[in-house]
Ligand binder design. Sequence first.
Ligand code: GLA
Length: 590
Amino acid sequence: MRPPMLSLRPVHLSVLVGVAALALACGGNDDPASHAPGPVDLGPPELDDDLPRPLAEGRAPTPPMGWNSWNSFGIEVTADDIKAAADIIVSSGMKDAGYEYVNIDDGWGAPHENPDAKPPIPAERDEDGRPRTDADFPDVAELADYVHGLGLKLGIYSDRGTETCGHRVGSQDYTEIDAQTYADWGVDYLKYDNCAADENEEVKRMQYGAMREALDATGRDIVYSICAWDFNEWGLGMGQLWRTTSDIIPTFAGDASDPMGLEAEHTILGIAKQNNAFAAYAGPNGWNDADMLEVGRFGDDAESRAHMSLWAIMASPLIAGNDLSIMSEATREILTNTEVIAVDQDALGIQGVLVKTVGDLAVWAKPLNESGVRAVAIVNKGLEPSPSVTVSWTELGLRAGNAEVRDLWQHADLGTTKDAFTATVPSHDVVMLRVAGSEPTHPKGNVHLGDFPWIYAANGLGPVERNRANGASAAGDGMPLSIAGQPFAQGLGVSAPSSVIFRLARNCSRFTATVGMDDAAGQGSVEFHVLGDGEVLWESGIVKKADGAQSVDVSVEGVVRLKLLVTNAGDGPALDRASWGDPIVECGPG
Ligand code: GLA
Protein backbone atom coordinates (compact mmCIF):
# COMPACT_ATOMS: atom_id res chain seq x y z
CA MET A 1 0.00 0.00 0.00
CA ARG A 2 1.38 3.38 -0.98
CA PRO A 3 1.83 5.80 1.94
CA PRO A 4 -0.39 8.89 1.90
CA MET A 5 1.11 11.85 0.06
CA LEU A 6 1.21 15.27 1.52
CA SER A 7 2.39 18.36 -0.23
CA LEU A 8 2.48 21.74 1.37
CA ARG A 9 1.28 24.27 -1.12
CA PRO A 10 1.31 27.91 -0.10
CA VAL A 11 -2.14 29.36 -0.56
CA HIS A 12 -2.66 33.07 -0.08
CA LEU A 13 -5.79 33.71 1.88
CA SER A 14 -6.67 36.84 3.79
CA VAL A 15 -8.61 37.08 7.02
CA LEU A 16 -11.25 38.98 5.09
CA VAL A 17 -12.04 36.06 2.85
CA GLY A 18 -11.83 33.49 5.65
CA VAL A 19 -15.59 33.17 6.09
CA ALA A 20 -16.21 33.12 2.38
CA ALA A 21 -13.66 30.36 2.02
CA LEU A 22 -15.45 28.36 4.69
CA ALA A 23 -18.84 28.74 3.05
CA LEU A 24 -17.46 27.90 -0.35
CA ALA A 25 -15.72 24.85 1.04
CA CYS A 26 -19.00 23.60 2.52
CA GLY A 27 -20.51 24.00 -0.92
CA GLY A 28 -17.88 21.71 -2.36
CA ASN A 29 -15.20 24.11 -3.59
CA ASP A 30 -11.99 22.95 -1.97
CA ASP A 31 -9.72 25.65 -3.30
CA PRO A 32 -10.06 28.85 -1.31
CA ALA A 33 -7.05 30.28 -3.14
CA SER A 34 -9.14 30.92 -6.21
CA HIS A 35 -11.15 33.53 -4.28
CA ALA A 36 -8.34 35.30 -2.48
CA PRO A 37 -7.64 38.91 -3.43
CA GLY A 38 -3.97 38.59 -2.41
CA PRO A 39 -1.79 38.41 0.68
CA VAL A 40 -2.25 40.86 3.55
CA ASP A 41 -0.18 41.41 6.66
CA LEU A 42 -1.78 39.27 9.33
CA GLY A 43 0.37 40.51 12.20
CA PRO A 44 1.75 38.26 14.91
CA PRO A 45 -0.16 35.04 15.75
CA GLU A 46 -2.88 35.36 18.40
CA LEU A 47 -2.64 32.82 21.19
CA ASP A 48 -4.57 32.47 24.46
CA ASP A 49 -2.97 32.08 27.85
CA ASP A 50 -5.73 29.92 29.42
CA LEU A 51 -4.52 26.78 27.61
CA PRO A 52 -3.42 24.14 28.35
CA ARG A 53 -6.13 23.41 30.90
CA PRO A 54 -5.36 20.94 33.70
CA LEU A 55 -6.76 17.43 33.50
CA ALA A 56 -10.31 17.26 34.89
CA GLU A 57 -11.04 15.38 38.12
CA GLY A 58 -13.19 12.25 37.97
CA ARG A 59 -13.28 8.63 36.81
CA ALA A 60 -12.76 9.35 33.12
CA PRO A 61 -11.16 12.77 32.59
CA THR A 62 -10.07 11.45 29.18
CA PRO A 63 -11.74 8.68 27.12
CA PRO A 64 -11.17 5.26 28.75
CA MET A 65 -8.59 3.06 27.04
CA GLY A 66 -8.30 -0.70 27.25
CA TRP A 67 -9.11 -4.02 25.61
CA ASN A 68 -12.34 -6.06 25.48
CA SER A 69 -12.79 -9.76 24.75
CA TRP A 70 -15.95 -9.64 22.64
CA ASN A 71 -14.71 -8.88 19.12
CA SER A 72 -12.21 -11.74 19.07
CA PHE A 73 -13.39 -14.30 21.64
CA GLY A 74 -17.17 -13.84 21.79
CA ILE A 75 -19.11 -15.94 24.25
CA GLU A 76 -16.34 -18.59 24.44
CA VAL A 77 -13.94 -16.34 26.35
CA THR A 78 -12.13 -17.83 29.36
CA ALA A 79 -10.29 -16.40 32.38
CA ASP A 80 -7.06 -17.68 30.84
CA ASP A 81 -7.74 -15.63 27.69
CA ILE A 82 -8.18 -12.55 29.86
CA LYS A 83 -4.92 -13.20 31.74
CA ALA A 84 -3.05 -13.78 28.49
CA ALA A 85 -4.43 -10.54 27.06
CA ALA A 86 -3.41 -8.65 30.20
CA ASP A 87 0.12 -10.05 29.93
CA ILE A 88 0.40 -8.89 26.32
CA ILE A 89 -1.00 -5.45 27.11
CA VAL A 90 2.06 -5.07 29.32
CA SER A 91 4.66 -6.81 27.13
CA SER A 92 3.55 -5.19 23.86
CA GLY A 93 3.86 -1.63 25.15
CA MET A 94 0.09 -1.08 25.09
CA LYS A 95 0.03 -0.38 28.82
CA ASP A 96 2.75 2.24 28.45
CA ALA A 97 0.74 3.78 25.60
CA GLY A 98 -2.27 4.21 27.91
CA TYR A 99 -4.36 1.02 27.64
CA GLU A 100 -5.58 0.41 31.17
CA TYR A 101 -8.85 -1.59 31.34
CA VAL A 102 -8.92 -5.32 30.60
CA ASN A 103 -12.61 -5.95 29.99
CA ILE A 104 -14.40 -9.28 30.13
CA ASP A 105 -17.45 -9.03 27.87
CA ASP A 106 -20.35 -11.47 27.63
CA GLY A 107 -19.55 -15.10 28.50
CA TRP A 108 -18.30 -15.00 32.11
CA GLY A 109 -21.74 -15.55 33.72
CA ALA A 110 -23.62 -18.79 34.23
CA PRO A 111 -26.16 -19.60 31.50
CA HIS A 112 -29.55 -18.01 32.08
CA GLU A 113 -31.73 -20.33 34.11
CA ASN A 114 -34.35 -22.29 32.19
CA PRO A 115 -36.16 -25.04 34.11
CA ASP A 116 -38.14 -25.98 30.98
CA ALA A 117 -35.04 -26.81 28.97
CA LYS A 118 -34.17 -30.49 28.52
CA PRO A 119 -32.02 -31.10 30.47
CA PRO A 120 -33.02 -28.10 32.66
CA ILE A 121 -30.46 -25.28 32.97
CA PRO A 122 -29.71 -25.00 36.71
CA ALA A 123 -29.82 -21.92 38.92
CA GLU A 124 -27.74 -18.99 37.68
CA ARG A 125 -27.48 -17.50 41.20
CA ASP A 126 -26.35 -18.86 44.56
CA GLU A 127 -28.46 -18.99 47.72
CA ASP A 128 -27.59 -15.33 48.48
CA GLY A 129 -28.68 -14.25 45.03
CA ARG A 130 -25.14 -13.58 43.80
CA PRO A 131 -24.49 -14.40 40.13
CA ARG A 132 -22.79 -17.72 39.45
CA THR A 133 -19.95 -17.73 36.97
CA ASP A 134 -19.38 -19.94 33.97
CA ALA A 135 -16.96 -22.84 34.50
CA ASP A 136 -14.36 -20.94 32.44
CA PHE A 137 -14.29 -18.20 35.10
CA PRO A 138 -13.77 -20.11 38.34
CA ASP A 139 -12.65 -17.09 40.39
CA VAL A 140 -13.19 -13.53 39.17
CA ALA A 141 -11.65 -12.06 42.35
CA GLU A 142 -8.43 -13.97 41.67
CA LEU A 143 -8.53 -12.74 38.07
CA ALA A 144 -8.94 -9.16 39.30
CA ASP A 145 -5.91 -9.62 41.57
CA TYR A 146 -3.92 -10.89 38.63
CA VAL A 147 -4.87 -7.92 36.45
CA HIS A 148 -4.26 -5.44 39.26
CA GLY A 149 -0.89 -7.05 39.89
CA LEU A 150 0.09 -5.98 36.38
CA GLY A 151 -0.91 -2.40 37.12
CA LEU A 152 -4.08 -2.71 35.02
CA LYS A 153 -7.80 -2.60 35.85
CA LEU A 154 -10.54 -5.18 35.34
CA GLY A 155 -13.81 -4.58 33.52
CA ILE A 156 -16.88 -6.80 33.51
CA TYR A 157 -20.16 -6.95 31.58
CA SER A 158 -23.80 -7.39 32.47
CA ASP A 159 -27.25 -6.53 31.21
CA ARG A 160 -30.26 -4.64 32.55
CA GLY A 161 -32.56 -7.45 31.41
CA THR A 162 -33.16 -11.00 32.60
CA GLU A 163 -30.29 -12.34 30.52
CA THR A 164 -27.37 -11.00 28.50
CA CYS A 165 -27.31 -10.98 24.71
CA GLY A 166 -25.39 -14.27 24.94
CA HIS A 167 -28.05 -15.80 27.28
CA ARG A 168 -26.05 -15.53 30.50
CA VAL A 169 -27.25 -14.29 33.86
CA GLY A 170 -28.63 -10.73 33.61
CA SER A 171 -28.98 -8.16 36.41
CA GLN A 172 -32.71 -7.45 36.29
CA ASP A 173 -34.10 -7.54 39.87
CA TYR A 174 -30.57 -8.11 41.23
CA THR A 175 -29.02 -4.70 40.58
CA GLU A 176 -27.66 -4.03 44.10
CA ILE A 177 -26.45 -7.58 44.68
CA ASP A 178 -24.65 -7.60 41.34
CA ALA A 179 -23.03 -4.20 41.82
CA GLN A 180 -21.81 -5.29 45.27
CA THR A 181 -20.55 -8.59 43.86
CA TYR A 182 -18.51 -6.79 41.20
CA ALA A 183 -17.11 -4.40 43.82
CA ASP A 184 -16.24 -7.32 46.11
CA TRP A 185 -14.46 -9.04 43.25
CA GLY A 186 -12.40 -5.88 42.64
CA VAL A 187 -13.99 -4.85 39.35
CA ASP A 188 -13.19 -1.32 38.07
CA TYR A 189 -15.46 -0.94 35.03
CA LEU A 190 -18.92 -2.20 34.07
CA LYS A 191 -20.36 -2.36 30.56
CA TYR A 192 -24.13 -2.63 30.95
CA ASP A 193 -26.06 -4.07 28.01
CA ASN A 194 -29.63 -3.88 26.77
CA CYS A 195 -30.85 -7.40 25.81
CA ALA A 196 -33.90 -9.31 27.11
CA ALA A 197 -35.29 -6.17 28.71
CA ASP A 198 -38.43 -4.05 28.82
CA GLU A 199 -38.32 -1.68 25.84
CA ASN A 200 -40.35 1.00 27.60
CA GLU A 201 -38.13 4.10 27.60
CA GLU A 202 -38.93 5.04 31.19
CA VAL A 203 -38.12 1.53 32.45
CA LYS A 204 -34.89 1.60 30.47
CA ARG A 205 -33.85 4.94 31.97
CA MET A 206 -34.71 3.71 35.47
CA GLN A 207 -32.80 0.44 35.08
CA TYR A 208 -29.67 2.16 33.81
CA GLY A 209 -29.99 4.74 36.60
CA ALA A 210 -30.50 2.05 39.25
CA MET A 211 -27.22 0.37 38.31
CA ARG A 212 -25.37 3.69 38.48
CA GLU A 213 -26.74 4.21 41.99
CA ALA A 214 -25.93 0.65 43.00
CA LEU A 215 -22.35 1.02 41.79
CA ASP A 216 -21.98 4.28 43.72
CA ALA A 217 -23.43 2.65 46.84
CA THR A 218 -20.60 0.11 46.84
CA GLY A 219 -18.12 2.92 47.51
CA ARG A 220 -15.76 1.54 44.84
CA ASP A 221 -14.75 3.71 41.85
CA ILE A 222 -16.35 1.87 38.94
CA VAL A 223 -16.46 3.36 35.44
CA TYR A 224 -19.96 2.92 34.00
CA SER A 225 -20.24 2.14 30.28
CA ILE A 226 -23.83 2.43 29.06
CA CYS A 227 -24.39 0.04 26.16
CA ALA A 228 -27.92 0.88 25.03
CA TRP A 229 -27.05 0.74 21.28
CA ASP A 230 -28.06 4.34 20.65
CA PHE A 231 -27.68 7.72 22.31
CA ASN A 232 -29.96 8.52 25.25
CA GLU A 233 -29.91 11.97 26.75
CA TRP A 234 -30.54 10.58 30.24
CA GLY A 235 -27.14 8.88 30.03
CA LEU A 236 -25.41 12.28 30.32
CA GLY A 237 -23.94 12.53 33.80
CA MET A 238 -24.90 8.89 34.50
CA GLY A 239 -22.26 7.01 32.54
CA GLN A 240 -18.67 7.96 31.86
CA LEU A 241 -19.27 6.63 28.36
CA TRP A 242 -22.31 5.65 26.34
CA ARG A 243 -22.64 3.81 23.07
CA THR A 244 -24.16 5.92 20.30
CA THR A 245 -24.71 3.17 17.74
CA SER A 246 -25.46 -0.49 17.15
CA ASP A 247 -22.62 -3.05 17.09
CA ILE A 248 -19.46 -2.43 15.09
CA ILE A 249 -18.22 -4.95 12.49
CA PRO A 250 -14.71 -5.27 11.02
CA THR A 251 -15.77 -3.73 7.72
CA PHE A 252 -14.44 -0.31 6.80
CA ALA A 253 -17.15 0.86 4.40
CA GLY A 254 -20.39 -0.38 2.91
CA ASP A 255 -21.09 -0.60 -0.78
CA ALA A 256 -23.23 1.33 -3.16
CA SER A 257 -26.02 -1.28 -3.08
CA ASP A 258 -26.70 -0.59 0.61
CA PRO A 259 -29.37 2.07 1.25
CA MET A 260 -26.81 3.93 3.40
CA GLY A 261 -24.09 3.49 0.77
CA LEU A 262 -20.46 3.58 1.85
CA GLU A 263 -21.56 4.74 5.30
CA ALA A 264 -23.71 1.66 5.93
CA GLU A 265 -24.75 0.87 9.49
CA HIS A 266 -22.24 -1.12 11.60
CA THR A 267 -19.28 -0.21 9.35
CA ILE A 268 -16.44 2.00 10.57
CA LEU A 269 -17.54 4.88 8.36
CA GLY A 270 -21.21 4.40 9.24
CA ILE A 271 -20.49 4.47 12.96
CA ALA A 272 -18.24 7.51 12.64
CA LYS A 273 -20.98 9.37 10.77
CA GLN A 274 -23.63 8.55 13.38
CA ASN A 275 -21.31 9.29 16.31
CA ASN A 276 -20.41 12.69 14.82
CA ALA A 277 -24.00 13.85 15.36
CA PHE A 278 -23.55 13.72 19.15
CA ALA A 279 -20.22 15.57 19.31
CA ALA A 280 -21.70 18.47 21.27
CA TYR A 281 -22.33 16.17 24.25
CA ALA A 282 -18.80 14.81 24.71
CA GLY A 283 -16.40 16.07 27.35
CA PRO A 284 -14.40 15.02 30.39
CA ASN A 285 -16.19 12.20 32.27
CA GLY A 286 -18.82 11.75 29.55
CA TRP A 287 -17.76 10.34 26.18
CA ASN A 288 -19.59 9.21 23.08
CA ASP A 289 -18.59 5.56 22.69
CA ALA A 290 -18.27 4.67 19.00
CA ASP A 291 -17.83 1.01 20.10
CA MET A 292 -14.74 -1.17 20.42
CA LEU A 293 -11.87 -0.93 17.98
CA GLU A 294 -11.65 -3.32 15.06
CA VAL A 295 -8.01 -2.30 14.51
CA GLY A 296 -6.01 -5.35 13.44
CA ARG A 297 -9.11 -7.23 12.34
CA PHE A 298 -9.21 -5.93 8.74
CA GLY A 299 -7.18 -7.39 5.90
CA ASP A 300 -5.57 -4.02 5.44
CA ASP A 301 -3.42 -1.91 7.79
CA ALA A 302 -4.47 1.31 6.06
CA GLU A 303 -8.07 0.71 7.16
CA SER A 304 -6.87 0.16 10.71
CA ARG A 305 -4.93 3.44 10.59
CA ALA A 306 -7.97 5.32 9.29
CA HIS A 307 -10.24 3.71 11.90
CA MET A 308 -7.82 4.54 14.74
CA SER A 309 -7.52 8.13 13.49
CA LEU A 310 -11.29 8.58 13.37
CA TRP A 311 -11.79 7.22 16.88
CA ALA A 312 -8.98 9.44 18.19
CA ILE A 313 -10.26 12.59 16.53
CA MET A 314 -13.78 11.83 17.86
CA ALA A 315 -12.38 11.40 21.40
CA SER A 316 -14.02 7.98 21.49
CA PRO A 317 -12.92 5.48 24.12
CA LEU A 318 -10.10 3.35 22.68
CA ILE A 319 -11.00 -0.22 23.62
CA ALA A 320 -9.01 -2.60 21.42
CA GLY A 321 -10.80 -5.77 20.32
CA ASN A 322 -8.19 -7.75 18.41
CA ASP A 323 -6.76 -11.10 19.52
CA LEU A 324 -3.55 -9.84 21.09
CA SER A 325 -1.92 -13.29 20.94
CA ILE A 326 -1.74 -13.05 17.14
CA MET A 327 -1.22 -9.28 16.85
CA SER A 328 1.07 -8.31 13.98
CA GLU A 329 3.83 -5.77 14.47
CA ALA A 330 1.96 -3.37 12.16
CA THR A 331 -1.17 -3.62 14.31
CA ARG A 332 0.87 -3.14 17.47
CA GLU A 333 2.39 0.01 16.01
CA ILE A 334 -1.02 1.35 15.03
CA LEU A 335 -2.53 0.69 18.46
CA THR A 336 0.47 2.20 20.25
CA ASN A 337 0.94 5.31 18.13
CA THR A 338 1.29 7.71 21.03
CA GLU A 339 0.92 10.79 18.80
CA VAL A 340 -2.51 9.63 17.63
CA ILE A 341 -3.44 8.50 21.14
CA ALA A 342 -2.52 11.98 22.43
CA VAL A 343 -5.22 13.43 20.16
CA ASP A 344 -7.80 11.09 21.68
CA GLN A 345 -6.60 11.69 25.23
CA ASP A 346 -6.29 15.47 24.88
CA ALA A 347 -7.31 16.98 28.22
CA LEU A 348 -9.47 19.74 26.68
CA GLY A 349 -11.90 16.94 25.83
CA ILE A 350 -13.57 18.36 22.71
CA GLN A 351 -14.88 15.79 20.24
CA GLY A 352 -13.53 16.50 16.75
CA VAL A 353 -16.05 16.93 13.95
CA LEU A 354 -16.39 16.52 10.22
CA VAL A 355 -15.61 19.96 8.77
CA LYS A 356 -15.95 19.27 5.06
CA THR A 357 -16.23 16.58 2.44
CA VAL A 358 -14.81 16.80 -1.05
CA GLY A 359 -15.77 13.84 -3.20
CA ASP A 360 -14.79 10.71 -1.29
CA LEU A 361 -12.60 12.66 1.13
CA ALA A 362 -13.77 13.66 4.59
CA VAL A 363 -11.86 16.25 6.60
CA TRP A 364 -12.19 16.06 10.38
CA ALA A 365 -10.78 18.58 12.88
CA LYS A 366 -10.39 18.70 16.67
CA PRO A 367 -9.25 21.63 18.80
CA LEU A 368 -6.47 20.55 21.16
CA ASN A 369 -5.48 21.75 24.61
CA GLU A 370 -2.92 24.21 23.30
CA SER A 371 -3.77 27.57 21.84
CA GLY A 372 -3.70 27.65 18.04
CA VAL A 373 -3.41 23.86 17.70
CA ARG A 374 -5.79 21.49 15.90
CA ALA A 375 -5.66 17.79 14.98
CA VAL A 376 -6.81 16.92 11.47
CA ALA A 377 -7.75 13.61 9.86
CA ILE A 378 -8.47 13.29 6.16
CA VAL A 379 -10.09 9.96 5.32
CA ASN A 380 -10.63 8.54 1.84
CA LYS A 381 -13.74 6.34 1.75
CA GLY A 382 -13.46 5.66 -1.96
CA LEU A 383 -11.80 2.83 -3.82
CA GLU A 384 -9.51 5.14 -5.79
CA PRO A 385 -6.58 7.18 -4.49
CA SER A 386 -7.91 10.68 -3.94
CA PRO A 387 -7.20 13.60 -6.13
CA SER A 388 -5.45 16.11 -3.92
CA VAL A 389 -7.53 18.08 -1.44
CA THR A 390 -6.64 21.48 -0.04
CA VAL A 391 -7.59 22.25 3.54
CA SER A 392 -7.24 25.84 4.68
CA TRP A 393 -6.37 26.80 8.25
CA THR A 394 -9.63 28.78 8.42
CA GLU A 395 -11.58 25.58 7.79
CA LEU A 396 -9.93 24.17 10.92
CA GLY A 397 -11.03 27.16 13.00
CA LEU A 398 -7.56 28.74 12.84
CA ARG A 399 -6.43 32.01 11.32
CA ALA A 400 -4.75 32.15 7.94
CA GLY A 401 -1.02 32.62 8.01
CA ASN A 402 1.85 30.38 9.00
CA ALA A 403 1.38 27.10 10.82
CA GLU A 404 3.66 24.19 11.65
CA VAL A 405 2.47 20.84 10.39
CA ARG A 406 3.33 17.40 11.76
CA ASP A 407 2.29 14.08 10.24
CA LEU A 408 1.16 11.80 13.10
CA TRP A 409 1.49 8.52 11.19
CA GLN A 410 4.83 9.32 9.52
CA HIS A 411 6.08 10.82 12.83
CA ALA A 412 7.57 13.63 10.78
CA ASP A 413 7.62 17.41 11.01
CA LEU A 414 6.57 18.75 7.65
CA GLY A 415 7.73 22.29 8.29
CA THR A 416 5.90 25.61 8.28
CA THR A 417 3.35 26.37 5.62
CA LYS A 418 1.09 29.29 4.87
CA ASP A 419 -2.69 29.34 4.96
CA ALA A 420 -3.42 25.76 3.86
CA PHE A 421 -2.09 22.36 2.96
CA THR A 422 -2.79 19.90 0.22
CA ALA A 423 -2.90 16.13 0.73
CA THR A 424 -3.47 13.04 -1.37
CA VAL A 425 -4.95 10.05 0.47
CA PRO A 426 -4.92 6.46 -0.87
CA SER A 427 -8.13 4.41 -0.85
CA HIS A 428 -9.43 3.54 2.65
CA ASP A 429 -6.51 5.35 4.25
CA VAL A 430 -5.91 8.52 6.22
CA VAL A 431 -3.63 11.50 6.57
CA MET A 432 -3.50 12.67 10.17
CA LEU A 433 -1.84 15.92 11.15
CA ARG A 434 -1.22 18.26 14.02
CA VAL A 435 -1.40 21.87 12.89
CA ALA A 436 0.05 24.55 15.16
CA GLY A 437 -0.84 28.04 13.99
CA SER A 438 -2.77 31.03 15.26
CA GLU A 439 -6.22 31.34 16.78
CA PRO A 440 -8.56 33.44 14.63
CA THR A 441 -8.55 37.18 15.17
CA HIS A 442 -10.94 38.18 17.95
CA PRO A 443 -14.02 40.34 17.34
CA LYS A 444 -13.65 44.12 17.56
CA GLY A 445 -16.54 46.55 18.03
CA ASN A 446 -20.09 45.19 17.63
CA VAL A 447 -19.92 41.93 15.71
CA HIS A 448 -22.65 39.70 14.29
CA LEU A 449 -21.65 36.12 15.04
CA GLY A 450 -23.69 34.91 12.08
CA ASP A 451 -20.86 36.16 9.92
CA PHE A 452 -17.90 35.70 12.24
CA PRO A 453 -15.52 32.70 11.99
CA TRP A 454 -16.11 30.10 14.68
CA ILE A 455 -13.34 27.90 16.05
CA TYR A 456 -15.57 24.82 16.40
CA ALA A 457 -19.05 23.85 15.25
CA ALA A 458 -20.80 20.56 16.07
CA ASN A 459 -24.36 19.93 14.95
CA GLY A 460 -26.90 17.12 15.24
CA LEU A 461 -28.14 17.01 11.66
CA GLY A 462 -26.22 18.58 8.78
CA PRO A 463 -23.86 21.54 9.33
CA VAL A 464 -24.51 24.68 11.40
CA GLU A 465 -25.98 27.25 9.00
CA ARG A 466 -24.95 30.88 8.84
CA ASN A 467 -27.81 33.37 8.41
CA ARG A 468 -30.45 30.75 7.66
CA ALA A 469 -32.34 28.06 9.52
CA ASN A 470 -31.01 24.52 9.73
CA GLY A 471 -32.29 22.23 7.01
CA ALA A 472 -31.04 19.15 8.88
CA SER A 473 -29.15 17.71 5.93
CA ALA A 474 -26.87 19.41 3.41
CA ALA A 475 -25.12 22.78 3.71
CA GLY A 476 -27.37 25.68 2.74
CA ASP A 477 -30.58 23.63 2.73
CA GLY A 478 -32.40 25.68 5.40
CA MET A 479 -35.19 28.25 5.07
CA PRO A 480 -34.68 31.92 5.96
CA LEU A 481 -34.15 32.23 9.69
CA SER A 482 -37.35 33.02 11.58
CA ILE A 483 -38.48 32.71 15.21
CA ALA A 484 -42.11 33.18 16.26
CA GLY A 485 -42.88 34.90 12.99
CA GLN A 486 -39.97 37.32 13.26
CA PRO A 487 -37.43 37.04 10.43
CA PHE A 488 -33.71 37.42 11.15
CA ALA A 489 -31.31 38.32 8.38
CA GLN A 490 -28.42 37.19 10.57
CA GLY A 491 -27.94 34.35 12.96
CA LEU A 492 -27.08 30.69 13.32
CA GLY A 493 -29.40 27.84 12.36
CA VAL A 494 -28.68 24.68 14.31
CA SER A 495 -30.14 21.27 14.99
CA ALA A 496 -29.72 19.92 18.53
CA PRO A 497 -27.33 18.80 19.87
CA SER A 498 -25.17 21.65 18.70
CA SER A 499 -22.13 23.48 20.03
CA VAL A 500 -20.60 26.50 18.33
CA ILE A 501 -17.51 28.07 19.91
CA PHE A 502 -16.28 31.60 19.18
CA ARG A 503 -13.06 33.14 20.41
CA LEU A 504 -13.63 36.46 22.20
CA ALA A 505 -10.14 36.67 23.72
CA ARG A 506 -11.41 38.66 26.72
CA ASN A 507 -12.17 41.60 24.42
CA CYS A 508 -15.97 41.58 24.67
CA SER A 509 -18.44 42.73 27.30
CA ARG A 510 -21.94 41.59 26.23
CA PHE A 511 -23.62 38.88 24.23
CA THR A 512 -27.17 39.40 23.01
CA ALA A 513 -29.46 37.25 20.85
CA THR A 514 -33.04 36.20 20.29
CA VAL A 515 -33.47 32.44 20.53
CA GLY A 516 -36.21 29.91 19.94
CA MET A 517 -37.31 26.97 17.86
CA ASP A 518 -37.16 28.04 14.27
CA ASP A 519 -40.46 28.47 12.45
CA ALA A 520 -39.21 25.71 10.14
CA ALA A 521 -39.04 23.32 13.10
CA GLY A 522 -41.58 20.66 13.95
CA GLN A 523 -42.75 19.53 17.36
CA GLY A 524 -39.30 19.16 18.93
CA SER A 525 -37.98 20.76 22.09
CA VAL A 526 -34.53 22.06 22.99
CA GLU A 527 -32.61 23.99 25.61
CA PHE A 528 -30.29 26.88 24.79
CA HIS A 529 -27.17 27.38 26.92
CA VAL A 530 -24.60 30.18 26.77
CA LEU A 531 -21.24 29.28 28.32
CA GLY A 532 -18.11 31.33 28.86
CA ASP A 533 -14.98 29.21 29.39
CA GLY A 534 -17.09 26.33 30.66
CA GLU A 535 -19.19 28.42 33.03
CA VAL A 536 -22.93 28.63 32.35
CA LEU A 537 -23.88 32.28 31.73
CA TRP A 538 -27.49 31.79 30.63
CA GLU A 539 -29.98 28.96 30.04
CA SER A 540 -33.36 29.05 28.39
CA GLY A 541 -35.01 26.07 30.08
CA ILE A 542 -37.00 23.77 27.81
CA VAL A 543 -38.20 25.57 24.69
CA LYS A 544 -40.91 24.36 22.32
CA LYS A 545 -42.17 26.10 19.22
CA ALA A 546 -45.26 27.36 21.03
CA ASP A 547 -43.00 29.12 23.56
CA GLY A 548 -41.98 31.69 20.96
CA ALA A 549 -38.78 33.72 21.31
CA GLN A 550 -36.57 34.54 24.29
CA SER A 551 -34.02 37.32 24.61
CA VAL A 552 -30.50 36.70 25.83
CA ASP A 553 -28.45 39.56 27.23
CA VAL A 554 -25.44 38.47 29.28
CA SER A 555 -22.07 39.78 30.32
CA VAL A 556 -19.13 38.04 28.64
CA GLU A 557 -16.54 40.18 30.41
CA GLY A 558 -13.21 38.34 30.58
CA VAL A 559 -14.44 35.37 28.49
CA VAL A 560 -11.85 33.76 26.21
CA ARG A 561 -14.21 31.30 24.48
CA LEU A 562 -17.97 31.68 24.14
CA LYS A 563 -19.91 28.45 23.60
CA LEU A 564 -23.42 28.53 22.14
CA LEU A 565 -24.84 25.13 23.08
CA VAL A 566 -28.25 23.71 22.19
CA THR A 567 -29.21 20.41 23.74
CA ASN A 568 -32.31 18.42 22.94
CA ALA A 569 -34.74 18.33 25.80
CA GLY A 570 -35.13 14.61 26.30
CA ASP A 571 -37.45 13.84 23.41
CA GLY A 572 -34.83 12.89 20.85
CA PRO A 573 -33.18 15.00 18.16
CA ALA A 574 -35.94 14.81 15.53
CA LEU A 575 -37.18 18.20 14.36
CA ASP A 576 -35.04 20.08 16.90
CA ARG A 577 -34.25 22.96 14.58
CA ALA A 578 -33.30 25.88 16.74
CA SER A 579 -32.12 29.36 15.83
CA TRP A 580 -29.89 32.02 17.34
CA GLY A 581 -31.34 35.23 15.86
CA ASP A 582 -29.04 38.28 15.71
CA PRO A 583 -26.29 36.83 17.95
CA ILE A 584 -24.13 39.91 18.63
CA VAL A 585 -21.08 40.48 20.79
CA GLU A 586 -20.16 43.96 21.94
CA CYS A 587 -16.40 44.18 22.06
CA GLY A 588 -13.58 46.61 22.58
CA PRO A 589 -11.93 48.34 19.63
CA GLY A 590 -8.56 46.58 19.90
C1 GLA B 1 -24.31 -6.59 22.45
C2 GLA B 1 -23.27 -5.48 22.63
C3 GLA B 1 -21.91 -5.99 22.18
C4 GLA B 1 -21.53 -7.22 22.98
C5 GLA B 1 -22.60 -8.29 22.87
C6 GLA B 1 -22.37 -9.44 23.82
O1 GLA B 1 -24.50 -6.91 21.12
O2 GLA B 1 -23.64 -4.34 21.90
O3 GLA B 1 -20.94 -4.97 22.32
O4 GLA B 1 -21.32 -6.85 24.32
O5 GLA B 1 -23.89 -7.75 23.17
O6 GLA B 1 -23.38 -10.40 23.75
